[in-house]
Each structure stands twice: as structure tokens, then as C-alpha cells.
Design a protein around this ligand. Structure first.
Ligand code: PMV
Length: 338
């Protein structure tokens, strides 16, 4: 039952995919063609509170203190419709959300945002969803959000069912499994905002990229190899696979018609610098990846972090480098009663 007037909160972190989700077999349900694998990050957080209130004329959404309208409000409202359908209510909701990092900066605020919204809205609606159901719900907001509910290393299996019941994320290893793993995020100055939403862009790739079918054949093998590398804390293997997967993702984007190019010259310079770092070391001591944005995530281990960080920092156009680690999963927050 909806707990009218009771505010429920939830907190989630962004995740970065080591194996990318890109392309859906069912757009309405957000069912991907391939599985994906990610690391949930520490330090960055979205906190969201939801209150269902029959006195409201319609849904309201306040992000970082600013009332939202247009697309941001619409996507929150459409997401809440899923929660209302499960809870069998029609009550409008008041949603407030805060990111401790720049929204829409290419740091996966939609993943942490919809994961936190799924947690907060389901609690405010009086639903006690078990983790797979909560992950399926978050998936409806943004695919990658289904992974941000869990900490550490997370796998999202594509599933095979038409109704998506077997399509949800689950934790593989907790953050403590590999605490010396570091994600150096190269924040690119003046990174452009996404011209096309990922959900739309990825379907263009499915339809037009001649490389997409080959990528789909490669991904299951890459996921199995990555899981083995993570289980054995085999850094060089993981970093080499991370680079190969990122290059495969970028190739299907670049061969999309019209091409999808998320990088700027400074991002490409970081990729080149990491290839040079590995060539100098004689083995893969670092691995790069990027999402549908210009910033670059460089994985390395604590032993090499300072040296790799200096190399990234020296690349023209890199504004700063964040040093992140595997972080914890979502958690409920206290709310306010009215
Ligand atoms: O979750 P969405 O719809 O924003 O798409 C995310 C797509 C990538 O970030 C490029 C890959 C991924 O698996 O996170």
C-alpha cells in the first residue's frame, strides 16, 4: 500500500561497464541483445527521496534544488508509472534528487539516478521488492541502472524470455574482492553533452552497423574471460580485455550510419597514452574504457596508479583525474514524514 505523505529515500552510485550494453531486442522492456559487466564506483552518489501525495496535481521533480520540467520530468514521471502499475495506485509523487557530481556530465548519472529512483519510489509505494525485481524495475528507466543497485563487480545477464523476467543484474564479487583496483577517470575539459540519447543511438547501431553481429558473437566469450580474470585478480588480462571490449564498442559506434562519435581529440589522446604506457611497461598495467561520452576511465592497480595518473594528467585537454575504487551498492536512506 502507498504510504501517502511518507518520504522514502535511496542512494546509489554510478557504474562503469567493462563489457558494454549496446542494443536492445525489446525497446519497451529494455531487454538487451548481450549481457554486460560493470564495476560500481565509490565516492560518487545519487540520493533520491520520493513521497506519493494525493494532494499534488501531478508529479514533481526537483534535481539538485532546481524544479524540473520537460524531458527530465517526463522521464521520471514515466518511470513512476511503472511503480504505480506494480503498486496499483495512481497517486502523483514528489521526487527530489541530488547528485554529488555533475549531472549529465558523462559520469553515468542516469544509471545511479534511475537505480536510486527505483529504490526510493518502490519503498515510498510500500513495495518490498527483492533484489532481482528491483533490478528489473530500474532497467525500465535506463538499462545500466539495473547494475547500479549492487556494489563491486556486477553482471547483467541478457536473459532469453520475452517478458524479461530473467533479465536483471546480480553482484559477482563485493568491492572488498579487489580493493587495489583503481579507476582513474580522465575528466575532459568542455566535454560535449550527448547529442542523441543512448537508447536511441544504440538502436541505430543495431540496424546499420555491419560490425554489430560480430560484436554480439564475441561478447559472451569476453564476459567469461573477464569473470575469470576478476576472480583471479589477474590485472594484465583484465586490462587487455577491457581495452579490446572498448575498442569493439567504439568500432560499432563509428560504423553506425550516421556515425556515433562520443570522443574528442583529448579523449583519443588519453587512449593513445595508455597504449604507450603499456608498451613502455611491456605488459598491460592499465586498461581504458569509455561510455557514450568523452571522459575516459583508466583501470590500473594501486602500485601503478601514481605513474599512470601523471601520464594521463599531462595529456592536453584533461581537466582533472578522479581516483575511484570499487564501491558499495544501493542503500535505503531515512526520509521525512509530513
Ligand atoms: O543505460 P543507458 O541507456 O544510458 O545506456 C548505457 C550504455 C553504455 O553506458 C554505453 C554502456 C553500459 O553498459 O553502461
Amino acid at each position: 500500500m502507498v504510504r501517502a505523505g511518507v518520504e522514502a529515500g535511496y542512494e546509489c552510485a554510478p557504474n562503469i561497464a567493462l563489457v558494454k550494453y549496446w542494443g536492445v531486442r525489446d525497446e519497451a522492456l529494455g531487454l538487451p541483445f548481450n549481457g554486460s559487466l560493470s564495476v560500481t564506483l565509490d565516492r560518487l552518489r545519487t540520493r533520491t527521496w520520493v513521497r506519493f501525495d494525493p494532494a499534488l496535481p501531478s508529479d514533481q521533480f526537483v534535481l539538485n534544488g532546481a524544479p524540473q520540467s520537460g524531458n527530465p520530468l517526463r522521464s521520471v514521471s514515466e518511470f513512476l508509472d511503472n511503480v504505480r502499475a506494480i503498486a496499483r495506485v495512481e497517486t502523483p509523487a514528489f521526487v527530489r534528487s541530488e547528485n554529488n557530481f555533475q549531472t549529465a556530465s558523462g559520469l553515468a548519472s542516469s544509471a545511479s539516478g534511475f537505480a536510486a529512483l527505483a529504490g526510493a519510489a518502490s519503498r515510498a509505494a510500500g513495495l518490498e521488492l527483492p533484489p532481482p525485481a528491483l533490478s528489473r524495475l530500474a532497467r525500465l528507466g535506463s538499462g545500466s541502472a539495473c547494475r547500479s543497485l549492487f556494489g563491486g563487480f556486477v553482471e547483467w545477464r541478457a536473459g532469453t524470455r520475452a517478458d524479461g523476467r530473467d533479465c536483471f543484474a546480480r553482484p559477482l564479487f563485493p568491492p572488498s574482492h579487489w580493493p587495489s583496483l583503481v579507476d582513474l577517470v580522465a575528466i575532459i575539459a568542455d566535454a560535449p553533452t550527448k547529442p542523441v540519447r543512448s537508447a536511441v543511438a544504440m538502436q541505430r547501431t543495431v540496424v546499420t552497423s555491419p560490425e554489430y553481429a560480430r560484436r554480439l558473437r564475441e561478447v559472451p566469450r569476453r564476459i567469461r574471460a573477464m569473470k575469470r580474470a576478476i576472480a583471479g585478480r589477474d590485472a594484465p588480462t583484465l586490462f587487455a580485455l577491457t581495452i579490446a571490449e572498448c575498442d569493439s564498442f567504439r568500432l560499432v559506434c563509428e560504423t553506425t550510419d550516421p556515425p556515433l562519435d562520443y570522443l574528442v581529440p583529448a579523449s583519443r589522446a588519453v587512449l593513445a597514452e595508455i597504449r604507450a604506457v603499456n608498451a613502455d611497461a611491456g605488459s598491460a598495467i592499465a586498461g581504458y574504457t569509455h561510455d557514450a561520452g568523452a571522459h575516459v576511465h583508466v583501470f590500473t592497480t594501486r602500485r601503478h596508479a601514481n605513474a599512470v595518473r601523471r601520464r594521463i594528467r599531462a595529456v592536453a585537454g584533461v581537466e582533472k583525474v578522479l581516483a575511484l575504487s570499487p564501491g558499495s551498492g544501493g542503500r535505503p536512506l531515512g526520509g521525512r514524514s509530513r
